[in-house]
Write a protein that binds this ligand. Structure first.
Ligand SMILES: C[S@@+](CC[C@H](N)C(=O)[O-])C[C@H]1O[C@@H](n2cnc3c(N)ncnc32)[C@H](O)[C@@H]1O
Length: 270
């Protein structure tokens, strides 16, 4: 994949990340859901959060909206998705229209660090594979707390790193992997949420989901190379350049240096 220029400041980091996830290559390699564990892990997150029909749910950094559509169907929530990426939001709206869910799901352009929502507007909030990308995580966490009603739950799934940060061989990859360069240990995410008034009630490791996502990307690349190499070329995927990074990521998961965590935190009732 053609590298994007490495971001220089927080605003540039955010728009670089949003642009990266708006690329055709990402949809081609990841499918409809842009996080490890896919919709199966989203279902588990919804269960752990105790989501109910008609709950008002905010999906922060919603990507192409697969999670928002799922939660509108199971358990029948009313969902708003917020993302920074224009192209991503256009895809999310089109897919939601096609699924006949536009009356239950809507999408807004906005920044997780300045959410376009009033105080206490939501019963629940999800943020999957995105907190790690936000330059000002404390600001995002306090926005999560602000838009949740007292007693509401925030459900986070995200990339984690062991103390010491991302392995060198991964931190060098420009573009969309640069988005995860600021991933933290799970305990640090909980500490950020706690500082914002969100007390962690559940933490689970799902490192296997990350390993399976790496395997799935590799399998998709292999299949596309055999059946439709022109799609890889059109999407700008340089398969030779990608292979060593996938190997390095797989090693890092196996060594416990990167992983994936599920965290549910509850807003204090005040
Ligand atoms: C790894 S994708 C995850 C998308 C979705 N949550 C999912 O799991 O399929 C990260 C998403 O975060 C969005 N994003 C990055 N920074 C953001 C910010 N500051 N505010 C809102 N969205 C942001 C990107 O545009 C991208 O869609």
């Amino acid at each position: 994949m053609e590298p994007l220029p490495l971001p220089m400041d927080p605003e540039e980091t955010k728009s670089c990340c949003a642009a990266a996830y708006g690329r055709d290559a990402v949809a081609l390699l990841l499918g409809e859901s842009y996080h490890p564990g896919g919709l199966a892990l989203t279902r588990l997150l919804a269960t752990r959060m105790g989501l109910r029909a008609r709950d008002r749910v905010l999906d922060v950094a919603c990507g192409p909206g697969a999670t928002a559509r799922l939660l509108a169907l199971e358990p029948g929530a009313r969902v708003d998705g917020v993302d920074l990426g224009e192209h991503t939001l256009a895809t999310a709206r089109a897919e939601t229209e096609r699924a006949g869910l536009s009356d239950r799901v809507r999408f807004l352009r906005g920044d997780a660090e300045r959410l376009p929502a009033p105080d206490a507007a939501y019963d629940a909030l999800v943020c999957e594979c995105a907190l790690c990308t936000f330059p000002d995580k404390a600001a995002a966490a306090s926005e999560f707390a602000r838009v949740l009603r007292p007693g509401g739950h925030a459900g986070i799934t995200d990339v984690t790193v062991a103390e010491g940060g991302l392995p060198d061989e991964l931190s060098g990859l420009a573009g969309w992997v640069a988005c995860v360069a600021d991933a933290r240990p799970a305990a640090d995410y909980s500490a950020l949420l706690a500082q914002a008034g969100l007390a962690t009630v559940t933490t689970e490791r799902h490192d296997g989901a990350l390993a399976r996502m790496i395997d799935r990307i590799e399998a998709r690349v292999r299949l596309l190379r055999m059946t439709a190499p022109e799609r890889l070329v059109a999407a700008g995927v340089d398969t030779d350049a990608l292979a060593p990074y996938l190997d390095a990521a797989r090693r890092a998961v196996a060594d416990g240096r990167i992983g994936y965590a599920l965290i549910v935190a509850r807003k204090e009732s005040g």
